[in-house]
Design a protein around this ligand. Sequence first.
Ligand SMILES: C=C1C[C@]23C[C@@]1(O)CC[C@H]2[C@@]12CCC[C@@](C)(C(=O)O1)[C@H]2[C@@H]3C(=O)O
Ligand SMILES: O=C(O)CCC(=O)C(=O)O
Ligand SMILES: [Fe+2]
Length: 348
Amino acid sequence: MPSRSSAVLSDAFKSHPVHLHHKHPDFSSLQELPDSYAWSQPDDHPPSGGPIFASESVPVIDLDDPNALKLIGHACKTWGVFQVTNHGIPTDLLDHIESAGRTLFSLPVHQKLKAARSPDGVSGYGVARISSFFPKLMCDVIEAYQTEVKRLAGRLMWLMLGSLGISKADIKWAGPKGNFKGASAALQINSYPACPDPDRAMGLAAHTDSTLLTILYQNSTSGLQVLREGTGWVTVPPVRGALVVNVGDLLHILSNGLYPSVLHRAVVNRTRHRLSIAYLYGPPSSVQISPLPRLVGPGQPPLYRPITWSEYLGTKAKHFNKALSSVRVFSPVNGLADVTDHNTVKVN
Ligand SMILES: C=C1C[C@]23C[C@@]1(O)CC[C@H]2[C@@]12CCC[C@@](C)(C(=O)O1)[C@H]2[C@@H]3C(=O)O
Ligand SMILES: O=C(O)CCC(=O)C(=O)O
Ligand SMILES: [Fe+2]
């Protein structure tokens, strides 16, 4: 993570430090799920031993496909998530990051704690910041970074924006070369140890990312699930060499709700360790994100007020899954809840 990015992001948490006082168990030696990790959401949780089989699956898009722009637009509108192949990041490099992540997580707990993340920090070893919103613990860890995906993130931004009819002239903050040079980002490595009681545990609770987009590498153990309206939780199966792309809350705002951010979570596996690496990508610190003028008009008022990434992260740290609706300015006349608001997520 460039130091500039981390300054931008850590500023966001200065006023919302998260104090999580708990032990870091050595998962490799645990035979039973500790009570502090036992969740009680049986209805909301898949049975152990396999992915949910849905009739539809998350689109896998070949970036070399001449129809990639159209396919991406459709995926953003209908799923909020898709996988990409032929993205230009060599599989060898992905294997390399995975083994670097494994090496980090296999260190003894006391060594990992030497790099513990502070309550108002962004990087370091620890549980996800959203843990403070849940009474039970998740098997999740934060760590360092990689930068090769930045170029891919810029390319995906133009594909996603292009599919909305937005051109380089419309996004001044992409810089004179249009390469989003000033973009901020955080790289998070998540480790989900094998769990003796996966039906009662949670890897990472349901959330949307506070980003423009997130690029996620997952190893060969499945666990990522996205919420699909009318279907329920759908597993995003690992595809060798592919990367998952999530629409985040800031793209939701920028697109005036046309590309809704995707609610997702990670479940754990009884026998297999799972690793994922999330590249959380957002705008430069000074940029106010608001619905793009091209996407608003007489029949389509701007639905969200302007907000910087740092301010949005602060809002998320306070309101969690109600953050997006707290930024919303225009309420539908029929008084119905916005289907794209994720404020009805059940917690224990
Ligand atoms: C830039 C960021 C987004 C994030 C908070 C962070 O500073 C770095 C970690 C990100 C993450 C990953 C797991 C889920 C999440 C909600 C969390 O607790 O930490 C996201 C945050 C986010 O997108 O709001
Ligand atoms: O591990 C996963 O698949 C999900 C990780 C995630 O959602 C995140 O880091 O924001
Ligand atoms: Fe996420």
